[in-house]
Design a protein around this ligand. Sequence first.
Ligand code: FES
Ligand code: FE2
Length: 367
Amino acid sequence: MSESILSPEHYFDAGIFRAEQQHIYRKLWIFAGIKQLLAEPDAFLTRTIGGVPVVIQNCGGELRAFENRCAHRQMPLQFEDYGQRRLACRYHGWVYGDDGTVRSIPQEDALYRYSAAERGQLCLQRFALRTVGNFVFVNLAASPAPLETQFTPELLAELEAISAHFSNDAAFARIPARYNWKLNWENVLDTNHVPYVHPRSFLPLLPGMTAAADAAVPARPPATDVSDLSFSTRSTYKLDAQAWHAMVERFGDTDNYYNFYLYPNINFISLAGYVFLIQQFDPVAPERTDVLFTLMVARERKRIPALPAILWGHMKGEKRVLDEDIILLERLQQSLHTQDTRARHGVYESRLVDSARIYARQIAGAA
Ligand code: FES
Ligand SMILES: [Fe+2]
């Protein structure tokens, strides 16, 4: 048995939440969205990363990440999760160029009278952006560590290969939940919950999974580096054959359930290479998480007229499974109290133990 190094405070304390924002979310490469939804000129997406509002904008064909905050009075430039609109402020009409500098200010001479030096300072802060296949990652650090130090080259190659199969259309949902984001990260690492929490929804799709089989985890060396916390697995998936499967270019040729864990807050899965779901556990507050779903099918050989209905059907199915988790995780969050009681991990939970150890090192500012 190993008692968790994380105390209840790690799941509700505001100071610890701020340390996470600073040392994890404003330091690591954080997934922000998929390229498909940013393909057109002036297509954009917005996220809040480490407490900082961020906009990713298609600037003349190039994706760029900026702070989503007008240089005038700090108004967000783009409001929606996804959209298509030039980089302009709704408040007083300032318009920004592709490089994030202010291009035009209505009635500038009459109303503002900035000096040339002041005018030169008016621009949006830009952040580092990297794409891995169709995944878009952003890093808010002043000098970001290379993406390759956060994810192994093998994992990056896998992500690139699988995301090449994403279709051009995706469904997106933001689902609010009342628990700390780490409970959801730990929950997806802990596949032993599936037989108990999802006996009718998810378990029947995973024929290889029983509580006993899952507990027989091969021994691994303990993780020492942040890149050890992201990995992929595959298991057998019970595929329900659908007519539209013949109309897409699936990833792989095996009925696998592909599972990618991308620290700190992504669980990306594929159902037999036909359906892809990116789940992100987005920290909103110490006891609030938005679960962001981005759902796609494999790229189409020809147009699938029923695609919206197919995406909607899978979204409903995935939401049902998530709701089963949310019921438990919200209870777990509510049961945390200031008395120092801790999880007692069995050997099968070595991934949680690794994750907690490296996380604790990070929030202390040591890694
Ligand atoms: S706040 Fe953006 S133009 Fe005034
Ligand atoms: Fe679950």
